[in-house]
Design a protein around this ligand. Sequence first.
Ligand SMILES: O=C(O)CCC(=O)C(=O)O
Length: 279
Amino acid sequence: MIVEEPKEKYDQLITDGYCVIENVLKEDMLSSLRKVTDELLDAQTDEQKDAYRSSGSMISVYTHSLFSELVVYPRALQSLDALGFLRPKWSSGYVISKPPQSPPLFWHQDWWGWDDPCSYTALPQQLFLMYYLVDTIPYNGCLRVIKGSHLNRHPLHDSLPSAHAAELQKVENEEHPAFQQYPDEIDIPVKSGDLVIGDSRLLHASHGNQSDERRTVITLWYHPYFALLPETMQAHIGRLRQSDTWSDADWKRIEELTPIYEGKVEPMNWNRTPGPELK
Ligand SMILES: O=C(O)CCC(=O)C(=O)O
């Protein structure tokens, strides 16, 4: 069984906003991902590196066909299935890699649908699936989260600019609240190949990487209950995506996970800031 105690993991995901499934990626996939991500990262220009100093990089997974295999990686889909997410859809993903001796990633949450009332309920509209390609601890930049912040207001919600703001990415002011440590934060150290599943509304950050090795994570975004989301959200998620790099075979591979919206409703407004309904 891939997921030990699936009901407990599900409860943790709904209540705390995240859970970790151990040992999901096999060694052959891990080494292919390390090779491809290293090539993509080595090809980055200094300008690209400067623009994403805090996250380290922000390379779309549409840049290489191997990532389409990761989207449908059977052990990941089996993990989602074990948690009760039987018909997930997938929308996007990024390679986020902290170079050696690099600063922390700022606190943020990634949800963009705060204008809809369903964003203030326990329903997870969008999940991150994060695969770290090396073992992580605080020293080399492991993930940090604030448990329950997907459903409950935290002082950080009122001090963050709209997430991923350019100044934060460039680390222009290390004194900003987004770079501080909080008493209720917890570290999520993992082994390479473990899978961290989290609610996109969860406040999260990572430690700086003080080691001499790259620390790469691949984040993929899924919609566990796409068919139950409001039409305006489905319309937003279901917009046509394009990639110069993926072949017809790659698109075919992810066909069952492609979010398709064929109605006439306009996509909802993109809003990354929670309203007063978040208490
Ligand atoms: O770099 C990390 O550890 C976390 C990446 C992240 O925050 C994200 O993908 O939203």
